[in-house]
Design a protein around this ligand. Structure first.
Ligand SMILES: Cc1cc2nc3c(=O)[nH]c(=O)nc-3n(C[C@H](O)[C@H](O)[C@H](O)COP(=O)(O)OP(=O)(O)OC[C@H]3O[C@@H](n4cnc5c(N)ncnc54)[C@H](O)[C@@H]3O)c2cc1C
Length: 426
């Protein structure tokens, strides 16, 4: 379903949306957005590995402004969330669009247990409002600083063998296309597009709104404990006994740190007598603090092979990368039906290898990627990898379908950048 801005709205948005590179508005209206470029006009991602020199950075304040911006520009357009991806997905020398000012919850349906959320909303801003409405997200990742559109666009996930990525919780979305028109899609409206759009790397257009499936608000009891590395062997069977279970393998100590989260009716508490235990509202318990910048590579492998793959990664790192102190994180992820989802039609175990942002990681990541290749590993789109279209096509059965939809929605490649052209081969 497609809608166009009317003429009056276009005029209003034209006068209100002429931001300078500094990110400040020329019409003097205060805005809540960050300035995402430095004084030289350079944009960088979270780890500082990716830099870009966009010709313009714009912070539209409404979907209508966004439509006008996208429609009127002749430049390439990339949308950026909080820049927490390690790959150059957002890098552009054209127009960089940041949706910080298109944020907030539009509507909550207690009956359907859904919320309609503007694309630039940060995940951490959703929790309190949803909780007041008696609702909560189904699952979340390690941090909650990302924008909802950015998180969904790369298939951001947490852990839980029966829980899909955040993209699987999307019930409908609104996307501003290259023409400036808005496309609405859901499992009932444009279902083929919807299936692909839920992990679409900003390649279809700019997502202005998503409707998220929620669940009744719940509390989680978090427990963390240490085990010998043999504890990893029973990871899958133990995952099935917990709503969320993950482990971090410490290469320096060769031990695993497990973390479980399970629903509880108990009151929120720090459980001061219990080391590394707490009870809280789900949105407060899911996120951890990750302040030190790092680069990360993550692959999803078939769940049944996850532990074996972990053992091979461990062997490789002990033999060839003794210098690495950052942990390997191992999680579970339920299969889904999204064309470019790393969990497409496959229950998965995800394995992440990290290295500090100021230390070399190329050799480590190349060695890890080679191990994952033996397991048919599919890369996390927001984390480092060097796979290109030729290799990726074999890993994603619906690859061609995704490309077909992309050329239908963005025939001139307005939303492309050099990285995407290599990644998607088109
Ligand atoms: C500290 C840290 C912790 C992390 N933890 C996890 C985790 O637990 N689980 C996990 O799966 N991943 C995790 N990630 C990866 C992260 O969730 C993804 O890279 C996510 O996409 C980042 O969201 P963002 O808002 O920063 O998007 P960006 O990195 O800014 O953009 C990501 C992609 O989304 C597109 N995009 C952004 N906004 C829009 C929009 N409005 N419309 C269309 N496309 C858009 C961009 O063009 C780009 O292709 C982590 C990353 C870091 C740095």
């Amino acid at each position: 379903m497609i809608s166009r801005p009317n003429t009056r709205e276009r005029e209003q948005s034209r006068s209100a949306s002429t931001p300078e590179r500094s990110g400040q508005r020329t019409n003097g209206v205060d805005s809540g957005h960050r300035n995402i470029v430095d004084r030289h006009g350079t944009w960088s991602n979270f780890s500082g590995r990716v830099h870009a020199q966009p010709s313009r950075v714009c912070y539209p304040r409404s979907e209508t402004e966004l439509q006008t911006l996208v429609r009127d520009t002749r430049e390439n357009v990339r949308a950026v969330g909080t820049g927490h991806s390690c790959t150059p997905l957002c890098a552009t020398d054209g127009l960089l669009v940041c949706l910080d000012d298109i944020a907030g919850i539009v509507a909550i349906s207690k009956d359907k247990q859904t919320a309609t959320i503007r694309g630039g909303s940060k995940i951490h801003d959703l929790g309190p409002t949803l909780r007041d409405a008696g609702l909560a997200t189904i699952n979340q990742g390690d941090v909650d600083v990302q924008s909802i559109a950015g998180a969904v666009s790369t298939g951001t996930h947490g852990t839980g063998p029966s829980l899909g990525s955040m993209s699987t919780a999307v019930r409908s979305m609104r996307i501003v296309l290259a023409s400036g028109d808005v496309l609405e899609c859901s499992s009932d409206v444009e279902p083929e597009i919807f299936k692909a759009a839920r992990v679409s790397l900003g390649a279809f257009g700019v997502i202005s709104e998503v409707e998220l499936q929620l669940v009744p608000a719940y509390r989680l009891h978090q427990r963390e404990w240490k085990e010998g590395v043999s504890g990893a062997r029973s990871f899958i069977s133990r995952s099935n006994q917990n709503r969320h279970l993950e482990f971090f393998w410490s290469p320096a100590r060769d031990v695993v740190y497990l973390k479980s989260l399970n629903p509880t009716d108990d009151e929120p508490s720090d459980l001061p007598d219990q080391k590394r235990e707490l009870i809280g509202h789900s949105a407060d318990v899911f996120p951890s603090i990750r302040e030190d910048p790092f680069n990360e590579l993550e692959f999803a492998v078939p769940a049944a092979k996850g532990v074996e793959c972990f053992q091979e990664i461990r062997k490789m790192m002990r033999e060839r990368h003794e210098e690495v102190f950052w942990p390997v994180e191992v999680r579970t992820l339920a299969a889904d039906d999204i064309d470019l989802s790393p969990a497409f039609e496959r229950d998965s175990v995800t394995l992440s290898v990290h290295q500090a942002a100021d230390l070399p990681s190329d050799k480590l990541f190349a060695d890890a990627q080679a191990v994952f290749a033996n397991y048919g590993g599919r890369p996390h789109w927001g984390k480092f990898h060097t796979l290109e279209a030729r290799e990726l096509r074999d890993l994603y059965p619906n690859w061609d379908n995704f490309l077909k939809i992309r050329s239908r929605l963005d025939p001139s490649g307005k939303f492309a950048n050099p990285y995407l052209r290599v990644l998607l081969g088109a």
